[in-house]
Design a protein around this ligand. Structure first.
Ligand SMILES: *Cc1c(COP(=O)(O)O)cnc(C)c1O
Length: 338
Protein backbone atom coordinates (compact mmCIF):
# COMPACT_ATOMS: atom_id res chain seq x y z
CA UNK A 1 0.00 0.00 0.00
CA UNK A 2 1.30 3.47 -0.92
CA UNK A 3 0.32 5.84 1.88
CA UNK A 4 0.10 9.49 0.83
CA UNK A 5 -2.42 10.58 3.46
CA UNK A 6 0.12 12.71 5.31
CA UNK A 7 3.83 13.29 5.91
CA UNK A 8 3.19 12.22 9.52
CA UNK A 9 2.97 8.53 8.66
CA UNK A 10 6.74 8.00 8.28
CA UNK A 11 8.47 5.49 10.55
CA UNK A 12 11.93 5.97 12.08
CA UNK A 13 14.79 4.56 9.99
CA UNK A 14 17.10 1.95 11.55
CA UNK A 15 19.81 4.58 12.08
CA UNK A 16 17.35 6.99 13.67
CA UNK A 17 16.29 4.19 16.02
CA UNK A 18 19.95 3.54 16.82
CA UNK A 19 20.43 7.22 17.67
CA UNK A 20 17.37 7.00 19.94
CA UNK A 21 18.48 3.82 21.72
CA UNK A 22 21.93 5.27 22.34
CA UNK A 23 20.75 8.67 23.61
CA UNK A 24 21.89 9.79 27.06
CA UNK A 25 18.78 10.73 29.06
CA UNK A 26 17.77 12.39 32.32
CA UNK A 27 14.59 13.88 33.77
CA UNK A 28 13.52 16.70 31.50
CA UNK A 29 10.98 18.09 33.98
CA UNK A 30 14.03 18.64 36.22
CA UNK A 31 15.76 20.04 33.11
CA UNK A 32 18.65 17.59 33.20
CA UNK A 33 18.01 15.48 30.12
CA UNK A 34 21.15 16.07 28.01
CA UNK A 35 19.52 14.97 24.74
CA UNK A 36 16.58 17.34 25.18
CA UNK A 37 18.92 20.17 26.15
CA UNK A 38 21.09 19.44 23.11
CA UNK A 39 18.11 19.64 20.73
CA UNK A 40 16.75 22.81 22.35
CA UNK A 41 20.17 24.53 22.19
CA UNK A 42 20.77 23.40 18.63
CA UNK A 43 17.44 24.62 17.27
CA UNK A 44 17.59 27.93 19.21
CA UNK A 45 21.05 28.54 17.76
CA UNK A 46 19.90 27.64 14.26
CA UNK A 47 17.15 30.27 14.43
CA UNK A 48 19.39 32.71 16.30
CA UNK A 49 16.81 32.96 19.06
CA UNK A 50 17.59 32.73 22.80
CA UNK A 51 15.70 29.59 23.85
CA UNK A 52 13.58 26.59 22.81
CA UNK A 53 11.16 24.17 24.45
CA UNK A 54 10.64 20.52 23.44
CA UNK A 55 6.99 19.40 23.38
CA UNK A 56 5.12 16.24 22.34
CA UNK A 57 3.17 17.89 19.49
CA UNK A 58 2.85 20.93 17.27
CA UNK A 59 -0.62 21.49 18.66
CA UNK A 60 0.97 21.92 22.08
CA UNK A 61 3.69 24.32 20.88
CA UNK A 62 1.07 26.43 19.08
CA UNK A 63 -1.24 26.39 22.08
CA UNK A 64 1.57 27.41 24.41
CA UNK A 65 2.53 30.23 22.03
CA UNK A 66 -1.05 31.55 21.97
CA UNK A 67 -1.25 31.33 25.75
CA UNK A 68 1.98 33.20 26.48
CA UNK A 69 1.39 35.87 23.83
CA UNK A 70 -2.17 36.79 24.88
CA UNK A 71 -4.45 37.45 27.86
CA UNK A 72 -8.05 36.29 28.24
CA UNK A 73 -10.53 38.30 26.09
CA UNK A 74 -7.86 39.10 23.48
CA UNK A 75 -8.23 38.42 19.76
CA UNK A 76 -5.89 36.43 17.52
CA UNK A 77 -5.66 37.27 13.82
CA UNK A 78 -5.21 34.22 11.57
CA UNK A 79 -6.35 32.79 8.26
CA UNK A 80 -9.78 31.14 8.23
CA UNK A 81 -8.13 27.79 7.45
CA UNK A 82 -5.22 28.10 9.89
CA UNK A 83 -4.26 24.93 11.73
CA UNK A 84 -4.53 26.80 15.06
CA UNK A 85 -8.20 27.48 14.30
CA UNK A 86 -9.32 24.50 12.24
CA UNK A 87 -7.37 21.55 13.58
CA UNK A 88 -6.56 22.15 17.24
CA UNK A 89 -9.89 21.18 18.75
CA UNK A 90 -10.90 24.74 19.59
CA UNK A 91 -7.82 24.86 21.81
CA UNK A 92 -7.28 28.63 21.75
CA UNK A 93 -10.76 29.21 23.14
CA UNK A 94 -10.27 26.52 25.80
CA UNK A 95 -6.66 27.11 26.83
CA UNK A 96 -6.29 30.85 26.40
CA UNK A 97 -9.85 32.25 26.52
CA UNK A 98 -9.24 34.21 23.33
CA UNK A 99 -11.20 34.49 20.09
CA UNK A 100 -9.90 34.25 16.54
CA UNK A 101 -10.39 36.88 13.87
CA UNK A 102 -10.51 34.86 10.69
CA UNK A 103 -9.20 36.40 7.47
CA UNK A 104 -9.50 35.06 3.93
CA UNK A 105 -5.90 34.77 2.81
CA UNK A 106 -4.71 33.82 -0.64
CA UNK A 107 -4.11 30.06 -0.33
CA UNK A 108 -3.93 30.76 3.39
CA UNK A 109 -1.44 33.61 3.22
CA UNK A 110 -2.27 36.95 4.83
CA UNK A 111 -0.94 40.34 3.78
CA UNK A 112 0.22 43.29 5.89
CA UNK A 113 -2.68 45.37 4.54
CA UNK A 114 -5.28 42.77 5.50
CA UNK A 115 -3.85 42.66 9.01
CA UNK A 116 -3.73 46.46 9.36
CA UNK A 117 -7.40 46.65 8.39
CA UNK A 118 -8.48 44.04 10.90
CA UNK A 119 -6.87 45.45 14.05
CA UNK A 120 -9.66 46.43 16.40
CA UNK A 121 -9.95 50.01 17.64
CA UNK A 122 -9.48 50.62 21.36
CA UNK A 123 -13.15 50.21 22.29
CA UNK A 124 -14.54 48.28 25.28
CA UNK A 125 -17.04 46.53 23.00
CA UNK A 126 -14.28 44.92 21.02
CA UNK A 127 -11.73 42.29 21.99
CA UNK A 128 -8.19 43.57 22.08
CA UNK A 129 -6.16 42.52 19.04
CA UNK A 130 -3.00 41.05 20.49
CA UNK A 131 -1.50 38.34 18.33
CA UNK A 132 -1.04 37.57 14.65
CA UNK A 133 -0.38 33.94 13.76
CA UNK A 134 0.96 32.95 10.33
CA UNK A 135 1.40 29.42 8.95
CA UNK A 136 4.29 28.56 6.59
CA UNK A 137 3.98 26.40 4.64
CA UNK A 138 0.20 26.62 4.69
CA UNK A 139 -1.38 23.18 4.86
CA UNK A 140 -4.88 24.10 3.66
CA UNK A 141 -3.36 26.30 0.97
CA UNK A 142 -1.69 23.21 -0.53
CA UNK A 143 1.71 23.69 1.10
CA UNK A 144 1.87 27.29 -0.11
CA UNK A 145 4.91 29.41 0.78
CA UNK A 146 4.87 32.98 2.08
CA UNK A 147 6.80 35.63 0.20
CA UNK A 148 9.36 36.66 2.82
CA UNK A 149 9.01 40.32 1.81
CA UNK A 150 5.38 40.15 2.95
CA UNK A 151 6.45 38.60 6.26
CA UNK A 152 8.80 41.56 6.84
CA UNK A 153 5.92 43.95 6.17
CA UNK A 154 3.64 42.01 8.51
CA UNK A 155 6.29 42.07 11.24
CA UNK A 156 6.52 45.87 10.85
CA UNK A 157 2.72 46.22 11.21
CA UNK A 158 2.86 44.08 14.35
CA UNK A 159 5.68 46.13 15.85
CA UNK A 160 3.92 49.41 15.10
CA UNK A 161 0.68 48.20 16.70
CA UNK A 162 2.31 46.32 19.59
CA UNK A 163 1.04 42.95 18.39
CA UNK A 164 2.91 39.71 18.93
CA UNK A 165 3.76 37.61 15.88
CA UNK A 166 3.75 33.80 15.99
CA UNK A 167 4.71 31.39 13.24
CA UNK A 168 3.14 27.96 12.96
CA UNK A 169 6.15 26.51 11.18
CA UNK A 170 5.10 22.87 11.30
CA UNK A 171 6.47 22.69 7.74
CA UNK A 172 8.81 25.68 7.80
CA UNK A 173 11.71 23.52 6.61
CA UNK A 174 9.67 22.73 3.48
CA UNK A 175 9.38 26.48 2.84
CA UNK A 176 13.09 27.02 3.56
CA UNK A 177 14.07 24.29 1.10
CA UNK A 178 12.48 26.36 -1.70
CA UNK A 179 13.57 29.85 -0.61
CA UNK A 180 16.68 31.97 -0.15
CA UNK A 181 15.99 32.71 3.51
CA UNK A 182 17.71 31.04 6.46
CA UNK A 183 16.15 29.97 9.77
CA UNK A 184 17.75 32.98 11.48
CA UNK A 185 15.95 35.33 9.04
CA UNK A 186 12.75 33.91 10.51
CA UNK A 187 14.12 34.22 14.04
CA UNK A 188 14.61 37.95 13.45
CA UNK A 189 10.97 38.67 12.67
CA UNK A 190 8.85 36.42 14.89
CA UNK A 191 8.27 36.46 18.65
CA UNK A 192 7.67 32.72 18.72
CA UNK A 193 8.11 29.93 16.18
CA UNK A 194 6.76 26.37 16.31
CA UNK A 195 8.58 23.65 14.39
CA UNK A 196 7.43 20.03 13.91
CA UNK A 197 9.86 17.14 13.56
CA UNK A 198 7.13 14.58 12.90
CA UNK A 199 6.26 15.88 9.40
CA UNK A 200 8.77 16.16 6.56
CA UNK A 201 11.70 15.56 8.89
CA UNK A 202 10.49 12.06 9.71
CA UNK A 203 10.80 11.85 13.50
CA UNK A 204 8.16 9.78 15.30
CA UNK A 205 7.24 12.47 17.87
CA UNK A 206 8.22 16.00 18.75
CA UNK A 207 7.93 19.73 18.17
CA UNK A 208 9.76 22.74 19.57
CA UNK A 209 8.67 26.23 20.45
CA UNK A 210 11.40 28.83 19.95
CA UNK A 211 11.46 32.34 21.47
CA UNK A 212 12.97 34.63 24.07
CA UNK A 213 14.16 33.26 27.43
CA UNK A 214 11.18 34.91 29.09
CA UNK A 215 8.70 33.42 26.59
CA UNK A 216 10.17 29.94 27.00
CA UNK A 217 10.15 30.17 30.81
CA UNK A 218 6.48 31.12 30.70
CA UNK A 219 5.94 28.36 28.16
CA UNK A 220 7.46 25.80 30.51
CA UNK A 221 4.77 26.56 33.10
CA UNK A 222 2.02 26.23 30.49
CA UNK A 223 3.50 22.98 29.16
CA UNK A 224 3.44 21.56 32.70
CA UNK A 225 -0.20 22.57 33.17
CA UNK A 226 -1.14 20.97 29.84
CA UNK A 227 0.49 17.72 30.95
CA UNK A 228 3.33 18.05 28.47
CA UNK A 229 6.23 17.77 30.91
CA UNK A 230 7.97 14.53 29.91
CA UNK A 231 10.67 12.69 31.86
CA UNK A 232 13.27 10.70 29.86
CA UNK A 233 12.20 12.59 26.75
CA UNK A 234 15.75 12.47 25.41
CA UNK A 235 14.96 9.26 23.52
CA UNK A 236 12.46 11.30 21.47
CA UNK A 237 14.60 14.43 21.25
CA UNK A 238 17.46 12.30 19.88
CA UNK A 239 15.23 11.31 16.95
CA UNK A 240 14.60 15.01 16.25
CA UNK A 241 18.29 15.89 16.42
CA UNK A 242 19.02 12.97 14.11
CA UNK A 243 16.36 14.28 11.69
CA UNK A 244 17.93 17.76 11.70
CA UNK A 245 21.35 16.28 10.96
CA UNK A 246 20.31 13.76 8.30
CA UNK A 247 16.90 14.50 6.82
CA UNK A 248 16.90 18.21 5.95
CA UNK A 249 18.52 17.53 2.57
CA UNK A 250 15.87 15.00 1.64
CA UNK A 251 13.00 17.48 1.72
CA UNK A 252 13.84 18.66 -1.81
CA UNK A 253 13.30 15.09 -3.05
CA UNK A 254 9.79 15.13 -1.58
CA UNK A 255 9.12 18.35 -3.47
CA UNK A 256 10.55 16.97 -6.72
CA UNK A 257 8.30 13.90 -6.43
CA UNK A 258 5.28 16.09 -5.67
CA UNK A 259 5.93 18.14 -8.82
CA UNK A 260 6.29 15.01 -10.98
CA UNK A 261 3.13 13.47 -9.51
CA UNK A 262 1.23 16.72 -10.02
CA UNK A 263 2.20 17.04 -13.68
CA UNK A 264 1.24 13.40 -14.28
CA UNK A 265 -2.15 13.93 -12.65
CA UNK A 266 -3.20 17.39 -13.75
CA UNK A 267 -4.70 16.47 -17.12
CA UNK A 268 -6.40 13.24 -16.08
CA UNK A 269 -10.17 13.08 -16.64
CA UNK A 270 -11.16 13.21 -12.95
CA UNK A 271 -9.23 16.43 -12.26
CA UNK A 272 -10.94 19.79 -12.35
CA UNK A 273 -7.83 21.67 -11.17
CA UNK A 274 -4.82 21.39 -8.88
CA UNK A 275 -3.67 23.92 -6.32
CA UNK A 276 -0.24 25.29 -7.26
CA UNK A 277 2.33 22.75 -6.00
CA UNK A 278 5.13 24.58 -4.19
CA UNK A 279 6.26 21.94 -1.69
CA UNK A 280 5.16 18.40 -0.72
CA UNK A 281 1.37 18.81 -0.72
CA UNK A 282 -0.91 18.26 -3.72
CA UNK A 283 -4.55 19.28 -3.46
CA UNK A 284 -6.73 17.94 -6.25
CA UNK A 285 -10.09 19.53 -7.00
CA UNK A 286 -12.19 16.75 -8.54
CA UNK A 287 -14.65 17.25 -11.38
CA UNK A 288 -18.04 18.17 -9.86
CA UNK A 289 -19.58 14.80 -10.84
CA UNK A 290 -16.97 12.88 -8.79
CA UNK A 291 -17.62 12.00 -5.18
CA UNK A 292 -14.43 12.22 -3.09
CA UNK A 293 -15.59 9.27 -0.94
CA UNK A 294 -16.01 6.97 -3.93
CA UNK A 295 -12.80 8.28 -5.49
CA UNK A 296 -10.82 7.54 -2.30
CA UNK A 297 -12.30 4.02 -2.11
CA UNK A 298 -11.28 3.31 -5.72
CA UNK A 299 -7.77 4.57 -5.03
CA UNK A 300 -7.50 2.39 -1.93
CA UNK A 301 -8.61 -0.68 -3.87
CA UNK A 302 -5.74 -0.06 -6.28
CA UNK A 303 -3.28 0.32 -3.41
CA UNK A 304 -3.04 4.05 -2.71
CA UNK A 305 -4.22 6.01 0.32
CA UNK A 306 -5.12 9.73 0.14
CA UNK A 307 -7.49 11.84 2.24
CA UNK A 308 -10.52 14.04 1.63
CA UNK A 309 -9.74 17.70 2.23
CA UNK A 310 -13.06 19.55 2.08
CA UNK A 311 -15.86 19.60 -0.50
CA UNK A 312 -14.63 18.05 -3.75
CA UNK A 313 -10.99 18.11 -2.62
CA UNK A 314 -8.43 15.32 -2.18
CA UNK A 315 -5.01 15.80 -0.56
CA UNK A 316 -1.90 13.74 -1.19
CA UNK A 317 1.42 14.41 0.57
CA UNK A 318 4.89 13.16 -0.34
CA UNK A 319 7.28 12.20 2.45
CA UNK A 320 10.46 10.34 3.47
CA UNK A 321 8.89 6.89 3.16
CA UNK A 322 7.81 7.49 -0.46
CA UNK A 323 10.47 6.73 -3.09
CA UNK A 324 10.82 7.00 -6.87
CA UNK A 325 9.64 3.44 -7.44
CA UNK A 326 6.48 4.05 -5.44
CA UNK A 327 6.02 7.29 -7.35
CA UNK A 328 5.99 5.44 -10.68
CA UNK A 329 3.46 3.00 -9.23
CA UNK A 330 1.32 5.87 -7.90
CA UNK A 331 1.29 7.52 -11.33
CA UNK A 332 0.14 4.22 -12.89
CA UNK A 333 -2.63 3.93 -10.30
CA UNK A 334 -3.92 7.43 -11.04
CA UNK A 335 -3.70 6.86 -14.80
CA UNK A 336 -5.74 3.68 -14.71
CA UNK A 337 -8.45 5.11 -12.49
CA UNK A 338 -11.90 5.34 -14.07
C1 LIG B 1 0.71 18.97 11.85
C2 LIG B 1 0.55 20.42 12.04
C3 LIG B 1 0.62 20.99 13.32
C4 LIG B 1 0.82 20.19 14.58
O1 LIG B 1 0.12 19.04 14.63
P1 LIG B 1 0.39 17.89 15.71
O2 LIG B 1 -0.25 16.74 15.08
O3 LIG B 1 -0.25 18.34 16.96
O4 LIG B 1 1.87 17.76 15.88
C5 LIG B 1 0.51 22.36 13.41
N1 LIG B 1 0.35 23.12 12.32
C6 LIG B 1 0.30 22.62 11.08
C7 LIG B 1 0.16 23.53 9.91
C8 LIG B 1 0.40 21.24 10.90
O5 LIG B 1 0.35 20.74 9.66
Amino acid sequence: MIDLRSDTITKPTPSMLEAMFGAPVGDDVLEDDPSVNLLQDKIARLFNMPAALFCPSGTMTNQIAIRINTSPQDEVICDQNAHIYLYEGGGMMLNSLVSPKLLKGSKGRLTADMITESINPDDIHRPKTRLVALENTMNKGGGSIYDFKEIIKIAAVCKKNKLKLHLDGARLFNALAESQETPSDYGTHFDTISICFSKGLGAPVGSVLIGTKDAINKGKRVRKALGGGMRQAGYLAAACTYALDHHLDKIKDDHRRARILASAIENLPFVSSLYPVQTNIIIIALKPDRSPQIFLKKLEKKGLLAIGFGPGLIRIVTHLDFNDKQMEKAIQIFKTLE
